[in-house]
Design a protein around this ligand. Structure first.
Ligand SMILES: Cc1ncc(COP(=O)(O)O)c(C=O)c1O
Length: 340
């Protein structure tokens, strides 16, 4: 049996989710006729405390649509230096919204209001104008790190002072909310637009949402269509989303507990430095005198354990609803034996 810890996107829809998909009432969403999409969009907007929301095929398309909607070409977006926009969207902000990303370096992926403010440009005829701030919560590359509510509020205050909109890449905002007990809407209140993914920890096959005020989302809807993201009988996807919102949010606490358990087990293995996980992503750094990340990944794969080489010396383990306690134990044993 394969234990797949590469990402929380590898989950397969469960039989009851598939049943919900099969039963979904659908219509052509480009005509505004799909009742299930409408229900999902209203539900997510309500959860996030926003006026409205839109269903997208992917988180990346929703993220890029937000920049396209909020930012003029040739302007600059301030974000953490290793955020998804900068490291994992293949330069799309430069091509689609035609903006530059201004990365703020941080030791641990956690932006600060001071760091953001220092990166905002003063008006200068020869320099790019700052047009938005993008925050990521939880932060993937930093190991599912939570951006605390107080920090988000402080960043929001800086944004307001400078008249800038904030976009929240909340692909895993559900995890931040479950781990802290902070309601989703409190985090979302610190941003104008919020992207959340249904296809990660919540276990849906496809789907992400962009939420915000109607004045912005009307424009985002046009941009979604220009990017080819307007769908037809997408109620079959929305039905999975509605099922996931009802059944798969609270259980994220189990994924967090398993990531902590795995961290505990790996912390005693010589040659490993474990980044203590806030949520469901565990980063493990390999010392210079042990094998490198691609080799460890290949050796684990021989044992049916799949993980990701995040960098040449960093390996990522992600817990999700298709991994149980036995899977975590097997992964820890595999790593320990390979490094012995
Ligand atoms: C923080 C973050 N933002 C955005 C995305 C993009 O989501 P998608 O893979 O649905 O395009 C991901 C995907 O892993 C992510 O981790």
């Amino acid at each position: 049996m394969t234990i797949d810890l590469r990402s929380d996107t590898v989950t397969r829809p469960t039989p009851p989710m598939r049943e919900a998909i099969a039963r979904a009432e659908v219509g052509d969403d480009q005509f505004g006729d799909d009742p299930t999409v409408k229900r999902l969009e209203a539900r997510v907007a309500e959860l996030l405390g926003k006026e409205t929301s839109l269903l997208f095929p992917t988180g990346m398309m929703a993220n890029e649509t937000a920049l396209l909607t909020l930012c003029a070409p040739s302007t600059e977006v301030v974000a953490e230096g290793h955020c998804h926009f900068i490291d994992w969207e293949d330069g799309a902000p430069a091509q689609l919204a035609q903006v530059m990303m201004r990365g703020v370096p941080t030791p641990d992926g956690v932006l600060t209001a001071e760091g953001v403010e220092a990166a905002i440009r003063s008006p200068n005829f020869n320099q790019p104008r700052t047009s938005a701030i993008a925050v990521e919560n939880t932060h993937n590359a930093a190991g599912g790190k939570i951006l605390p509510l107080e920090t988000m509020r402080a960043i929001r205050a800086v944004a307001e002072k400078h008249g800038l909109p904030v976009h929240l890449d909340g692909a895993r905002l559900w995890n931040a909310s479950v781990a802290t007990g902070v309601p989703l809407a409190d985090f979302a209140a610190c941003a104008d637009t919020v992207m959340v993914c249904l296809s990660k920890g919540l276990g849906c096959p496809v789907g992400s949402m962009l939420a915000g005020p109607r004045s912005i989302l009307d424009c985002a809807k046009r941009n979604r269509r220009r990017l080819g993201g307007a769908m037809r009988q997408s109620g079959i996807l929305a039905a999975a989303g509605l099922y996931a919102l009802d059944h798969n949010i609270e259980r994220l606490a189990d994924d967090h507990a398993r990531a902590r358990r795995l961290a505990e087990m790996l912390s005693s293995v010589p040659g490993l430095q474990v980044v203590p996980p806030d949520t469901n992503i565990l980063m493990v750094d390999l010392a210079p005198d042990v094998l490198d990340a691609p080799t460890l990944v290949a050796r684990l794969k021989e044992r049916g354990i799949l993980v990701t080489a995040f960098t040449s010396r960093r390996v990522r383990f992600v817990t999700h609803l298709d991994v149980d306690d036995a899977g975590i134990e097997a992964a820890a044993t595999g790593v320990r034996e390979i490094l012995a």
